[in-house]
Ligand binder design. Structure first.
Ligand code: ADP
Ligand code: MG
Length: 316
């Protein structure tokens, strides 16, 4: 049972909701394979189906069809066991306001049947920098503290997989960095992490592999590097020694000259920067600085999601 390659494996999952007698196809033949020990990002715009998938993993939403295995356990055959393998940090900050962080962690441990001597309440509070708040009412906690407490709740039964649904939505920028560090820490402990986000910066910073989902369908999946390679346009700018005429040889790179800075775009699969520099040298154009800019995950996201919008317009 413990010999599995994928911590989470879903095959052709479908989920249809009914809203005011209207069908909402939240997941359409959705498949995903999340490798053990990795940080996997599930990216997609609002309403794409990310939370639906997570709720299916946690047994909160019932799929209509398809197969889901968690640590090699089929959730339809043993939801009780599969639930033990995952800790879910929900999107909403719903915390019972009248309990303190320490009480909430103890309660959660009790729910999962963790024996008292095996509980790690103090360690979790310490790791999440909530020791000072251990006895405060949860309603007095800030948004960032609540988010950290929810991460703590997901950790009490020491699950192999942690799933975070929009872990930094509505979290201040400085707290975001500390949540990221904590996610990296629990990943380094050997856990598999799956997180949803619509912040591309978050995925770029944290994830090894990424799936992009839109209208309930997975539109692309790969390593971060593979996805970034989809964007083959790079831009380069030269800070010139003096303003000059642009030689026509450079027209293929769509040149723009402004305030002594010459900007161009090129396809990194077809040309390289040396070729451009050679043209400048040949034309005796002197420069004192070169800056290059790679496409980022945001470019990838816009490219694949926009294509998908065009092909899926009739499918909503
Ligand atoms: P995401 O988390 O990517 O923003 P969701 O999974 O929450 O997306 O939602 C996917 C789609 O399913 C949306 O159109 C949403 O309105 C719909 N949906 C989600 N939950 C329900 C529900 N309980 N009842 C009806 N429709 C729902
Ligand atoms: Mg969601």
């Amino acid at each position: 049972m413990s010999d599995y390659k994928y911590s989470i494996e879903a095959k052709n999952v479908n989920k249809i909701f009914f809203k005011k007698n209207q069908e909402v196809k939240a997941l359409l033949d959705f498949s995903i394979s999340i490798k053990r020990g990795t940080i996997h990002g599930l990216l997609g715009p609002n309403g794409a189906g990310k939370s639906t998938f997570i709720n299916i993993l946690g047994g909160l939403v019932k799929k209509n069809s398809g197969e889901v295995n968690i640590c090699g356990i089929n959730i339809d055959k043993n939801i009780k066991l599969s639930k033990f393998k995952i800790g879910i940090v929900p999107q909403e900050l719903n915390i019972d306001p009248f309990f303190s962080p320490a009480e909430l962690l103890e309660l959660q441990a009790g729910l999962y049947g963790v024996p008292k001597r095996e509980r790690k309440t103090e360690e979790i509070l310490e790791n999440l920098k909530l020791t000072d708040q251990r006895n405060a009412y949860a309603r007095t906690l800030s948004g960032g503290m609540r988010r950290r407490l929810l991460i703590g709740k997901a950790l009490v039964h020491n699950p192999e997989i942690i799933i975070l649904d929009e872990p930094t939505a509505g979290v201040d920028i400085d707290i975001r960095a500390s949540v990221w560090n904590y996610i990296k820490k629990i990943s380094n402990e050997g856990r598999t992490i799956c997180l949803t986000t619509h912040y591309l910066e978050e995925a770029e910073n944290l994830c090894d592999n990424i799936s992009i989902i839109n209208y309930g369908r997975k539109i692309i999946e790969g390593s971060k590097t593979e996805l970034l390679n989809i964007i083959s346009t790079k831009s380069v700018s030269f800070v010139l020694e003096k303003n000059l005429m642009i030689p026509s040889e450079l027209n293929q790179f769509n040149p723009h000259l402004k305030d002594g800075i010459l900007k161009m775009n090129y396809d990194k699969n077809k040309t390289n920067i040396k070729k451009i520099i050679d043209i400048l040298i040949r034309n005796k154009i002197e420069f004192k600085e070169i800056n290059t800019l790679e496409g980022d995950l945001e470019d990838v996201f816009l490219k694949v999601v926009n294509n998908n919008v065009r092909t899926n317009k009739n499918n909503i």
